[in-house]
Design a binder for this molecule. Structure first.
Ligand code: AMP
Ligand code: MG
Length: 400
């Protein structure tokens, strides 16, 4: 049986990054950038006001206060998107709105709340230093700055940055096309009246997990526990970059996934990992395609995906960060397990008073979908550990 680390290394070693493509801005969220992005402009383009207030010369205001306000003469009003009409001379101020360009001569802005106005006069009730409430030109980025790096996953903030750079398109990794199918005589489709059968939920979980890490899932259906039926679904996934099945990878008499993969020319690399849930996990390669035979139990399938398929899909897209955040947490109750396997314990992590604490979900059965729906983290309990006391520390993978 392979350790988690060995299994992961073998998988990542088999990854051949996908080609790239240029996509419009609207299609960037969730994609992995395939170019370094260099700013071709400067933002903000000019010094501007961070407040609604008055643009002033700080030298006029070394001593302003509530008791001894400084009186200035207001010579212009500057709105966002409109250019200043004149210079601010000693003893003068310009009424200015947030985002409006700072007029020449001014070097600070006083917020409206710290002023009192009377006709064309304004009384400043505070002292100021140069630069106060001014957003300097180029504070966000300057021409020539590398603002995003290849391998970075694009989210709302990155998309905003691309837009502000004037980038209508950018180069990203192609989305991996991922064929997903389920196996098992006991399974039926979600629309069916089960009549004692189990609805195939794994392919829905897997498809959602694939989409969540940037892949394009293609659900291929259910194969009964029959080698040639499984082979037909593997063949139907011929144009996919990755194929993921669930169930039928254990040592049961009707576990045919491994045989079917081998019959289709897939080179099996391993089929067991020292973990719980999810010990049976088949991984094979038919270069450049990767095959994952996930275990059938719904929680095992989801946890195995998290640990092994997710990093592979992100690596295929050239992503630099393959792992979810991990934090050290303290247990709210003692925990016990048998030695030998790494356990991934579904748990709830909260941060009362800033320190993370974890409460394991009470029912940990690998067949229980509810053990995943009510968890927001996986506690990683190493193979050799047999017990953790209350308040003992353990690593947690935060599931977003
Ligand atoms: P197996 O890996 O074939 O031994 O299946 C283990 C358990 O997972 C059995 O209880 C199956 O009924 C269940 N199972 C297998 N495939 C699915 C699926 N696609 N959706 C939900 N449960 C499944
Ligand atoms: Mg089965």
């Amino acid at each position: 049986m392979l350790s988690i680390q060995e299994a992961r290394q073998q998988i990542l070693a088999a990854v051949i990054p996908l080609t790239t493509e240029t996509v419009p801005l609207a299609a960037t969220p969730g994609r992995v950038l395939a170019e370094d992005v260099v700013a071709q402009r400067t933002q903000p383009p000019y010094d501007n006001s961070a407040m609604d207030g008055y643009a002033v010369r700080a030298a006029d205001l070394t001593s302003g206060s509530d008791q001894h306000p400084v009186q200035l003469r207001v010579t212009q009003t500057i709105y966002a998107g409109h250019a200043p009409t004149g210079h601010v001379n000693p003893g003068e101020a310009a009424r200015i709105m947030t985002g409006a360009q700072l007029p020449p001569g001014a070097d600070a802005v006083v917020m409206q709340e710290k002023t009192r106005s009377e006709g064309d006069k304004v009384f400043i009730l505070t002292a100021l230093s140069p630069g106060d409430s001014v957003r300097p030109a180029g504070e966000d980025f300057r021409t020539g700055d590398v603002v995003l790096r290849a391998g970075q996953r694009l989210g709302p903030a990155q998309t905003a940055l691309l837009a502000s750079l004037g980038r209508t398109h950018c180069m990203v990794a192609r989305r991996p096309l991922v064929g997903v199918f389920s196996t098992g005589d006991e399974l039926c489709e979600v629309e069916a009246d089960p009549m004692g059968r189990i609805v195939d939920s794994n392919s829905w979980a897997i498809a959602a997990q694939v989409a969540e890490c940037g892949g394009e899932p293609q659900r291929l259906g259910i194969a009964p526990d029959d080698r040639s039926a499984i082979e037909r679904l593997i063949a139907a996934a011929d144009d996919c970059d990755v194929v993921i099945s669930s169930a039928g990878v254990s040592v049961g008499e009707r576990d045919f996934v491994r045989d079917a993969l081998v019959a289709r020319g897939v080179e099996m690399r391993f089929w067991k990992v020292a973990m719980r849930p999810g010990k049976p996990l088949a991984f094979g390669v038919h270069a450049p395609r990767l095959f994952f035979g996930l275990p059938g139990n719904p929680t095992s399938s989801m946890v195995s995906f998290e640990l092994f398929v997710r990093p592979a899909l992100l690596a295929l897209q050239g992503c630099r960060t393959l792992d979810r955040p991990r934090v050290g947490v303290r247990l709210t109750q003692p925990f016990q397990k048998a030695p030998g396997l790494t356990w991934f314990v579904r748990a709830n992590v909260t941060f009362p008073g800033g320190q993370p604490i974890a409460t394991p979900i009470s029912k940990q059965g690998s067949g229980l979908i509810t053990s995943m729906t009510s968890a927001n983290a996986l506690l990683v309990v190493p193979p050799e550990v047999e017990s953790i006391p209350e308040s003992g520390e353990v690593d947690a993978i935060l599931l977003g």
